[in-house]
Structures are given as C-alpha cells and as structure tokens.
Ligand binder design. Structure first.
Ligand SMILES: Cc1ncc(COP(=O)(O)O)c(C=O)c1O
Length: 356
C-alpha cells in the first residue's frame, strides 16, 4: 500500500472509524474525574439501549462474543446441546458456542439475501436443539414470525443493525434474547464492547448471577465481562448519530440500486426496505479476489464479506451449503460509510463498471 498522504487522501475506505470532537471532551472529563472504570455512562447507555432495543433488561459486555456466551449460558446450553447457526458468519460466533461446549449445527443462508434459511433450520432440528442464532447479516431484513413458530429459543444477533426496526418492531426484542457488538467498524461503532438484552425476567436473573462476583462465604464461577465507563461513554455518544447514519446508508443504497445497472452485477436488494445496509453487497461474475484488487488500484477499498464459512473452519468439507459457498466466492461489499460524498459514490460506480 502506498503511504503517501496525498494518495491516501483519495482512498475511499469501507468504514469511518473516526470520532467526533465531542467524544474528546467527554473522555477528557472522565480522565480528570477518575471515572474510567465505573461511572454514569454505563447507566446512561443501558437506558439508551432499552429505548433502541425495546428490551427491559440490558447487560453491557466487553464484546458481542461475550454477550452471546452469556445469552447461550442463560438458555442453559452445555455439552450434548445443539445450537443452529448460519455457516456464513464470523468466527466469533463459533467461539461463543464453543465456550459453552455446545455443538454448532451449520445451516445455509437464502439465495436472495444473507439471512438464515428457514427450511434448512427445520431439517436440522431434533431433540438436542436448544437454540437458534439468528443474525441480521449485513443489516438485511426478514420476518422472524415463522422462525418463532418452531418453538426453539431464538437469539437475535443485531450486531449489523443495532437500533433498527422491522415491521415497526425493534430487532433484538423479537426472540428470547438478543445480542449486539459495539466493536470497531460495527453498525454502532464504539471501538469496543457489546450487550445482551431480553424481556425475559428469568433469563435476566441468570445473566445477573453469571456476571456477579462471589459473595465472601461462597465462590461461584462468574464472568468479568463488564464494559468500562469510558467505553460506555463513547458508545453512548455515538448512539446519537445512529438515526442520521441509517438515513444516509439508505440514501447511498438507493444511489447504488439506481446506478448499478451493469448486467454482469447482481444485486440482492430490490429497494431500500430490504436492508439497513451495514454493508452493501453485490454479486460479481468471477471470484472476488481480482475484482477487489482492481478496485483497490482505483483507490476503493471493498470488503470481502465472509471468507471462511464456519462449517469449513471446523473441517466439515463434506457439508454442502450452496448459497453460503456462492456468497463466499462471489459476494463483495462496496463502501457504504454514511458520510460518503456524491463525488465518491460516482467514483465507486465508475470503478465497479470498469472492474467487473
Ligand atoms: C454478526 C456478528 N455477530 C457477532 C460478532 C461478535 O462481536 P465481537 O467482535 O464484538 O465479539 C460479530 C463481530 O465480529 C458479528 O459480525
């Protein structure tokens, strides 16, 4: 990569990881009053997340992975239990399942979006199935109602659409329990952290116990997954930009949907209602490596999406998940930073047409 500042100025990145000057003021105050670890922002962020998710019980965690670990433990997942998850997903989800000793059962996504396939789930259910992890991958929307009819606890993973609603219902509140991540480059990017949330009082009680320290007379295994006040402050402040960012993501997506008319490119989005566009994916006709390289040579950084589906990561090459395999090979993410300019968007569309 050329490190000339002049050239780098022209590079269109996938993500914007900068923070507003307001964050600096807040952080400086936290440094001076000594509330780095514990302070008012943890409470403020929890209250904000109650509003964003429609859930009564909120627990802040230091990542999405640990949030998911708590969610799985609260549902009692342990060895001998099976957890259904899409294979087209990041390794961290596999980590959370592995921490519990449960067995991941990998299923395919749909051919027309990146959401978990209902029929594949149905085929995978047996009496060991104890939970289904349901991500809104890349912010893609779908109706969860048929999944709920299966009567298996649902863990909604809203890492790619924190604070969004589908059919006027807030994602994260539609299953038994929900999780999100505030890690670097996430939909709500605080650089670090996560949360687990539910409206179920029993699950909430269990999580509370898992996070609590032992009492002086009795040791109990507990999980120090807490988020420090200084990070809660960053996430809290960032959360106020969400609404505007979602609006801008949709505006950018509309531009791409209207302008990318190249017959070599397939779009899975018919209109802006199909996703919250954490990423804007396109399917290209040949494998993604050379396309990404060509785009990079024009100063545009594309995302690879998922490169290693989870079933292959655990060495199960016999399993056939055609939609997953197709997406791994041919789906690429175009930049969709909410602050992209019209000029940059124009450059991206020209570059896509030249590179495909
Ligand atoms: C869909 C999804 N779920 C869970 C996670 C795990 O979150 P974290 O990286 O904060 O552990 C991620 C992020 O990598 C993710 O993209």
């Amino acid at each position: 990569m050329n490190s000339s500042p002049e050239l780098n100025k022209n590079i269109i990145l996938q993500y914007d990881t900068t923070f507003s000057p307001l964050n600096l003021e807040i952080i400086s105050k936290i440094f001076s009053d000594g509330s780095i670890s514990t302070g008012k922002y943890q409470k403020l962020l929890k209250e904000k997340l109650q509003k964003l998710t429609g859930c009564k019980y909120i627990f802040l965690t230091n990542s999405g992975t640990t949030g998911l670990h708590l969610a799985l433990m609260s549902l009692g997942i342990s060895t001998r239990d099976e957890v259904i998850t899409p294979s087209y997903l990041c390794e961290q989800v596999l980590n959370s399942i592995s921490f519990t000793g449960g067995k991941p059962i990998f299923v395919d996504i749909n051919s027309d979006n990146y959401s978990i396939n209902l029929e594949e789930i149905k085929k995978s259910i047996n009496n060991k199935t104890k939970a289904i992890i349901v991500p809104y991958l890349y912010g893609d929307t779908f109706s969860i109602s048929e999944l709920k009819e299966l009567n298996i606890p649902i863990i909604e993973d809203v890492c790619h659409c924190t604070g969004c609603s589908v059919n006027k219902k807030q994602v994260g509140s539609l299953g038994e329990i929900g999780i999100t991540s505030f890690g670097e480059k996430k939909f709500l990017d605080g650089g670090f952290g996560g949360a687990v949330f539910t409206n179920n009082a029993d699950l909430s009680k269990k999580i509370e116990v898992l996070l609590s320290h032992s009492n002086p007379r009795k040791y109990t295994k507990n999980y120090d997954y807490h988020i420090p006040n200084i990070i809660a402050a960053i996430i809290y402040e960032k959360s106020f930009s969400l609404k505007n960012e979602i609006k801008n993501r949709k505006k950018i997506a509309k531009y791409y949907i209207n302008e990318l008319k190249n017959p070599k490119i397939s779009l899975r989005y018919a209109n802006v209602l199909d996703s919250f566009f954490y990423r804007f994916m396109i399917d290209i006709p040949s494998t993604k490596t050379s396309f990404i390289k060509k785009m990079r040579s024009k100063g545009i950084v594309c995302g690879v999406g998922i490169n290693h589906p989870l079933h292959e990561l655990v060495g199960d090459y016999r399993k056939k998940l055609p939609n997953t395999e197709f997406a791994v090979n041919y789906s690429v993410a175009l930049p969709i930073r909410p602050n992209l300019t019209e000029n940059e968007l124009n450059r991206i569309v020209i570059a896509v047409n030249e590179s495909v």
